[in-house]
Every structure is written in C-alpha cells, then in structure tokens.
Design a protein around this ligand. Structure first.
Ligand code: AMP
Ligand code: ZN
Ligand code: MN
Length: 862
C-alpha cells in the first residue's frame, strides 16, 4: 500500500469512530430483523468517553506500539522503534547543567489559591503551550482511567507553574495533545514530577509526548534516603499540607470533576516546585557536608537528576504473550493451586485448568474488542468460580459471577450480560479448541454480521488477528497475501458497515393529478400510495406515479424547488460517491420534539455525507449544541431528578440539593436489586440513601427500586429489561411513547425522497458520555417520558423545543432549523447540495388530507 493510501486509510478509520457511536443504533435496528441476534452488544446503547477519540496510538490489537519518528527515514535507514529523544536525554545525562536547578524565583507563596485554569479547547491548549514555552520549569502530574479501557488512558494532566495551576482535560483534547509535545521534549525546560515512571509511559502511549529534562522528587527522596518516598509524606513534611490519596482511585473520566477531585489533582502538582526547591537545597547541603572535595559538591544533586532522566529513557511497550490470556491464566492457576495445596480434587482436575485458560483467552479478546479492562470483563475470582462450579445454564453463569464479585456493583459486567450465550457455549465446550474459538469469537463480534461496534480501538484486531494465530503455519508469502486480503476486507467491511447499504435516492417521481411533478422519492413511499389505491402507476422505469387525490400544496406554491430536483447519491460536502452516510442537519434531540408536520420535510434536512465530512459536520453541531444550551439557559444534561409525586407533596422540593443524579440513582437501584441482601449493611444503607433522595426521603419498597431503575435508562435498555423479565414494565406515559413513534407508521420513506431507514432512533441520546450527570446546572423535575434517556441530550432537546413553541410558535422552530442549516453550511461549505436546497427552507409543505403529517388527520392504514 502506498503511503498516501495508508494515510488516507488511517484518516478514514479515525473518522469512523465518531460514526460508530452515531450509527450504532441504526445498525442494531437494521440487523434486528433478519438475524434477530440474541446478544445485542451493550456498546450499541452505551457510549464511553474514549469513543470520541479520533486517533489512538496504542490500539487494542496484538501488534506492537509504534513510537514517534522524529524524522523521515532516509533511503537505507533501518526502521527502528527506539526512543526518539534518546540522544537529547543521553546528552543531559552526560553533561548535566548545574544552573538548571532553580525551581523558584522571586516571591513565592506556598498557598494554593482558589483559582485555576481549566483547559479544554484547542485554543486554550495552544495558549498553555505558549505560556509553558516561556518557563524554565514547570510541574506535572497525570491521572489515568483504567477500569473501562483495555490499556487505560490519560484522563487529566495537571501542570503548575509558579503562578498558575492548569488542569488539562485530556479526554476533550485527546486528539490535539501533540500541541504540548515541544515543551515536554525541550531540554531547556525542566519538568518536575513526583514518581514519574507511570506518567512518562502514559504520555508516550496516549500522545507521543516524550519528557526530556526532568527532576523527579521521588528520586530525590531516594538519594536523600528519606524515611518515606510518597508524595503525601513530602506534602505533609515539607509543605504541611495533607492530601487524601484515596482520591487517586476516583473515576477521573467524570466531568465536571468534583471540587474535592479538583483540589486533589491540583495538590499533586501545585507544591512540586516548592518541594523540588527544598529538596535540591538539601541535596546541595548533603554534598557540602559529606564531601571534602569541592568537585563532588553537587554529586547528590547530580545523582538525583541522573536518576530522574533515566526514567525518561523508558519506553512504553504493549505486553505480548504467545497466546491471548496465557500469562493471566498461568498466574491465576498458579495462585489458585498454591492456595489449595490440601485440595487435591481441584489441582488434579485438568478440566479446571483448561477452562481457566479458555475463559482467560476469551476475556482477553472481549476486553480488546470492547475496550474494557480484563478485570472489568470478568474478574479473576469470577474465572475461578466459573471453572470450579461448572455452571450448566446461562442463569447459573450469571449467578456464579455475581456471587464471586459480591463487593462490586457492576457485576456481571455489561460485556458478560450482553454476551452471556457465548460464555455459556464456551463453558459447555461447544466451540472446540482454543485456537478455533478465538477467530470464531472475533468474527461473531466484528465480522460482517458482527454483534459489536467497530471502533479505532478494535479495528486493527481484524487486520492483525489472523496473522497472529497463523504465524507458525504459513509461509512468508502466504502471510503477505493473507495480510493484504484481511486488510482489504476489513476496510470494505468498515465502509459497508457504516455507510448506506443501497443508493439512498431512488429518484422515483410523484405527479399531481394534473400532471405536475410534485417530488422525487424512494420506491417504498411510492408503493405505499399504490397499495392504498391513492395513486396510479404512470411509468415503469424509472418509476413514476400520479396521485388520485388533490394534494393540498404544490412545491412551487412554497418556492420549494428542492423537492422536484432529482438527487445524486454522493457526499454533498465533497462529492465522494463511493460511500456515504446519512447526516441529520437538525440534531435528533430537538427534531423528535418538533410537531409532526414540521418533522415532515426530513429529506431537506437529511443529507448524504462521506465519513470525513460527516465528522466535521457532527463536531460543529456538538459545539453549537453547547451554545444553544448557554443561550437558552437549558443544560445539555439532567443534573438531578426527583420523583414528581413526592416532589409535589414536599414543599421545598426544588431546593438546590434535592434529588439525585439519574446515573447514581440507576446504579444504586441496580446494585440494591441485584445484591441488596448480600452486601455489607453500610454499603446497602449508603445506596438506599441515594434512592431515598429521589423519593423525597421516604422509606422505599422493592417496587420503588424497580421504578428507580428505569430512570436514566435509555428506551433501548428499558425494552431489553422488559424482554428479560418477560413482562411489560408499567410506564406512566406509555401513550406518549406510542405517539412519538407514530411516524414509523407513516409512508415508509417519510414525506419525500427516501428517508425510510432513518426513522427509529430518535431517542435523542446522541453521543452523551456516560459520566456527565452532574455536568450542568439546573434542577429539573423528572417527568417520566419513555422516549427520553435522562443520560443523553433528550431532555435538553425537549425543553428547548417547548420553549421555542411557547415563545415563538412554529416560526420559532423554523428559525431554529435555519440556524442549524447555517451551522452545517458554515462548517462544511458543501459544494454538492442539490439545487433548491436552502438555508431558509420553510418546511411548510404537506400533501393535504391524506398525509400522515397533517396535524388534524391521521390516515387510516386499514
Ligand atoms: P496519582 O498521581 O498518585 O494521583 O496517581 C495517578 C494515577 O495512578 C491515578 O489516576 C490512578 O489511575 C493510578 N493509581 C495510582 N495509585 C492507584 C491505586 N492505589 N489504585 C488504583 N489506581 C491508582
Ligand atoms: Zn459486544
Ligand atoms: Mn495525581
């Protein structure tokens, strides 16, 4: 593959991540019909912050990590994967610069003020890079998240100069973090860390950031032979500051960070310059006391500096093993047998060991596919439990795992729950030998008919997997062609999976009974009119029909030329014709709440885009949503919910601290329902408090718990739960639900040009990261609406549209649509919009009395 193609492929792959999240729901819906797969992957309804990353340097495939290449390879250069700044660091080791150890200048106040800088946009990051470039020294610490990610990712970087504390949101800025590369590799700027071993590696893994010139206060501790080396100890003994290290285990993905977490994070970097200053003085002091020769005066200091810079020479590598999960299985078996020395039945059981190996291999692959840690997928103790208990039904598997992980809320994991059948087959030995099982699992999850979404994290598993398992058998030549083959298929598969399956526009025509062209549309819509005797066929190829009733409006009456243009099956942005996705110009979180007849001009506001243009447009829309939230004062996420009944009855119900976040409510209810009677009573009490908060403080029943569980669930999850329970859970507003779905019974294809397959996923949960329940202000009373997920943007969309309708009526909504079209045009400057497409499109248009969009009439479909 030529380099250009490679780059293009990389970019395409990267852009498709966004599409993964966006379109997953649609594929689920499409797939449901033909195969009715029993295990629909949880990732179709759950989105994780890292799915927003466009590029990942360390993906979850079994291939090695590629380090930054500083310069292009010349002809004859051997490709290497060495440290890109090896020579710079070695130079520092050989010629340490003694003038460097000046960590503070002028007046310095040890105190941590109330203000800090939160860095979350590219321009803010650039400003930070400029600021840092002027410094001689700055302090750094990082926080990473590891439970819900295979390799872990940096969730926050704290940087402190003498003047300011910066908190860099490395989730929001993941793809542009290279902006900080130069300051970190600049040997003229000393970076102060405490215990940098992990930080150095994580910065390489996530951002190709390499630290050159470091002073590590933990290394200074070593050299000074301090009684303890922890930062907590130094903070206490040097600065008189205490810190709660328990916070290092917090979920650092959450936004906004709690006050406590912000304080903790700042504390980890803020005092480092002062500590470094104090410690270098001690190191110097030690030099003068201990040595008679003045040449050795700085030797302690130099030793600390040398050890620090040695840390920088470390290189991130992905762990490799000869077979997936092998290392984990061996150590598990070893540990287990050691703990069971007297228990000969277990140690002699070869089935036990075999099953442990199979479960570990399966867990390893599943963790990579779903980008989860192996311990999240299936804990070690759960592996042991499954291998020893020989559960014989999926239910027994479920219970075995729950029993083994008593202390944890999130068990069995979502991975297990949505792929329970696979675990079952595995434990029943129905799948054959291990090296057959893994390709099978991979194909089942990510193959053409795969159950799980493809992302930048698991995409290259497809490319590399076969070659890994067949390395021993195939000759190099076969190897190559196989590689080419998988590469091509996986790319094809990718585009196929995420782009439209067939030409979207069939360009069939509908004529009025006086012979005037009304619109172009797709075949299904045409058939809808035909099957109801509302039209007659006037032409076979291309299909055209004539309506037998008088349509109320005509396109030319409204200036809606748009509908009588035939449309091309190409990206309206750049003209790409090989693949395209549908793009909704008006985000669905708003559109679902529009009055039916304003929804009807879908085809105008749904266009085709290639993956690259799609991404640009989507990003602009997400940005604009934030502006809308600000402008209307309607937060994007629901912060707290209260049961409406309880709330009315308790007077001060809407005070600031009433209610609970939907996510917390849901997790608490779930844990109580699942493990309530088995968990420690203190934990149980804590969770009960959370649920009680929702019910205004009163005592709660089992039924209340079940009701609480539904809060915050997506409609999809609710349906799944219903199916699982085999009963229909009562919904207060179930009529509402039917109403919101009613347009599914509209002519397939909607009002005009072929939008048949876009209906369905209008839940409005577009791309909400899972942990932003406290993100926005506003104490919203929760009205149970089964179409809305409280964890997405749905409630925001609903409120905005209600506000518009109340204040400005339908014109408000039309205006609002125009703003979105403008956002779209400004972001993309589309060059291939169909003639007649117009930012000021009125949307005033229907077919009169037979149209399902007619607000006063519903067509009888009987
Ligand atoms: P620190 O700089 O001490 O706050 O730790 C940095 C990161 O290391 C944290 O964000 C965690 O991801 C990880 N970490 C450190 N210590 C622990 C621990 N005891 N348990 C889990 N994670 C830890
Ligand atoms: Zn899955
Ligand atoms: Mn920290």
């Amino acid at each position: 593959m030529v380099v250009n193609e490679k780059v293009q492929l990389a970019i395409t792959v990267a852009s498709l991540v966004a599409a993964t999240v966006l379109f997953a729901a649609e594929y689920r819906r499409r797939r449901r019909k033909p195969t009715s797969s029993p295990s629909s992957c949880y990732l179709h309804s759950e989105t994780k912050p890292q799915f927003g990353f466009k590029r990942v340097l360390a993906d979850n495939s079994y291939s090695g990590f590629k380090h930054l290449k500083k310069k292009k390879l010349e002809d004859g250069d051997k490709p290497s994967n060495s440290h890109p700044y090896e020579s710079e660091i070695t130079a520092l080791l050989e010629n340490p610069r003694l003038d460097e150890f000046e960590f503070l200048r002028g007046d310095y106040s040890l105190e941590m003020s109330d203000s800090y800088v939160w860095v979350e946009t590219e321009s803010e990051l650039k400003k930070l890079a400029e600021t840092l470039a002027k410094e001689k020294v700055f302090a750094v610490d990082t926080e990473q998240h590891s439970l819900r990610s295979f390799l872990g990712f940096t969730a926050l970087i704290q940087i402190s100069t003498q003047e300011e504390d910066f908190l860099v949101d490395t989730i929001a800025l993941h793809d542009v973090m290279s902006i900080l590369r130069p300051v970190f590799s600049n040997p003229d700027i000393c970076k102060v860390f405490h215990g940098a071993d992990n930080d150095v590696i994580w910065l390489q893994r996530d951002f190709h950031i390499y630290v050159v010139n470091m002073f590590d206060t933990a290394k200074a501790c070593e050299v000074l032979a301090k009684p303890q080396r922890s930062l907590a100890y130094l903070l206490e003994s040097v600065c008189g500051v205490s810190t709660n290290k328990l916070l290092q285990r917090e979920d650092w993905r959450q936004r906004p960070l709690s006050e406590e977490m912000v304080r903790y994070a700042r504390t980890d970097a803020h005092y480092l310059l002062y500590i470094a200053d104090t410690m270098t003085a001690e190191l110097r002091q030690l030099g003068t006391e201990d040595s008679s020769s003045t040449d050795d005066k700085f030797s302690f200091l130099l030793e600390a500096s040398r050890r620090s810079n040695m840390t920088c020479l470390q290189l991130y590598t992905k762990e490799t093993e000869d077979f997936p999960g092998n290392a984990a299985a061996s150590s598990l078996i070893y540990r287990h047998l050691n703990g069971h020395e007297d228990n000969s039945t277990i140690s002699l059981d070869p089935k036990f060991q075999e099953l442990v190996r199979e479960l570990c291999a399966w867990r390893d692959l599943m963790a990579r596919i779903h980008d989860e840690s192996t311990r999240y997928v299936l804990s070690d103790q759960a592996v042991i439990a499954l291998a020893s208990n020989h559960p014989s039904t999926p239910e027994e598997i479920h219970d075995s795992i729950a029993q083994a992980d008593l202390a944890s809320d999130s068990t069995p994991s979502a991975v297990i729950c949505s792929h329970l059948d696979d675990v079952f087959q595995l434990t029943q030995h129905k799948l054959g030998k291990l090296d057959v099982i893994l390709p099978l699992v991979l194909d089942k999850c990510l193959g053409t008919e795969g159950t799980c979404p493809i992302s930048v994290f698991n995409y290259s598993l497809l490319i590399n997997f076969n070659t890994k398992l067949t390395t021993n058998r195939s000759t190099p030549k076969r190897h190559k062609s196989l590689k080419r083959f998988t590469r091509k298929t996986s790319r094809d598969l990718f585009v196929k999976k995420f782009s439209c399956k067939a030409p979207v526009y069939h360009n069939c025509r509908i004529y009025a009974n006086d012979g005037r062209l009304l619109c172009y549309c797709d075949r299904r819509k045409l058939e809808w009119y035909m099957s109801r005797g509302l039209a007659k066929l006037v032409e076979e190829d291309p299909l055209a029909i004539m309506l037998l009733f008088e349509p109320k409006g005509r396109p030319e009456d409204e200036g809606n030329d748009f509908y009588i243009q035939s449309k091309k099956n190409i990206c309206v942005g750049c003209g790409e014709g090989d693949h395209y996705l549908r793009y909704r110009i008006i985000p669905s979180c708003y559109r679902v709440h529009f009055p039916e007849h304003l929804k009807s001009h879908r085809s105008h506001d749904i266009v085709l885009l290639c993956v690259d243009c799609h991404e640009v447009a989507h990003a602009a829309a997400e940005r604009y949503k934030k502006e809308v939230a600000k402008e209307f004062g309607i937060p994007l996420f629901v912060r707290r919910v209260l049961d409406s009944v309880e709330c009315e009855s308790s007077a001060g119900g809407d005070s600031e601290d009433a209610g609970v976040s939907p996510l917390h409510l849901r997790t608490a209810a779930m844990a109580l329902l699942r493990h309530g009677n088995r968990m420690p009573s203190s934990r149980r009490e804590e969770l009960l408090q959370t649920v009680k908060m929702y019910y205004g403080g009163r005592d709660i029943t089992e039924e209340d718990l079940e009701k609480a569980l539904l809060i915050g669930m997506s409609p999809h999850e609710r349906r799944k739960l219903e199916r699982k329970k085999g009963v229909s859970l009562k919904q207060e507003n179930s009529s509402n639900d039917a109403d919101a779905n009613s347009f599914e019974e509209a002519p397939p294809g909607g009002d005009t040009n072929g939008e048949s397959s876009v209906v369905g996923d209008d839940s409005g949960g577009d791309g909400a990261p899972e942990l932003n329940d406290t993100q926005c202000n506003g104490n919203i009373l929760h009205q149970q609406n089964s179409k809305l997920s409280l964890l997405g943007h749905g409630p925001h969309g609903k409120q905005v549209v209600e506000y518009l309708l109340n204040e400005y009526g339908e014109d408000g909504v039309r205006d609002f649509c125009q703003r979105w079209r403008k956002v779209f045009v400004d972001a993309l400057h589309p060059r291939h919009l169909p003639g007649g497409w117009d930012v000021t499109h009125s949307g005033r248009r229907d077919f009169g009395e037979f149209s399902v969009y007619n607000p006063t009439k519903k067509v009888s479909t009987g």
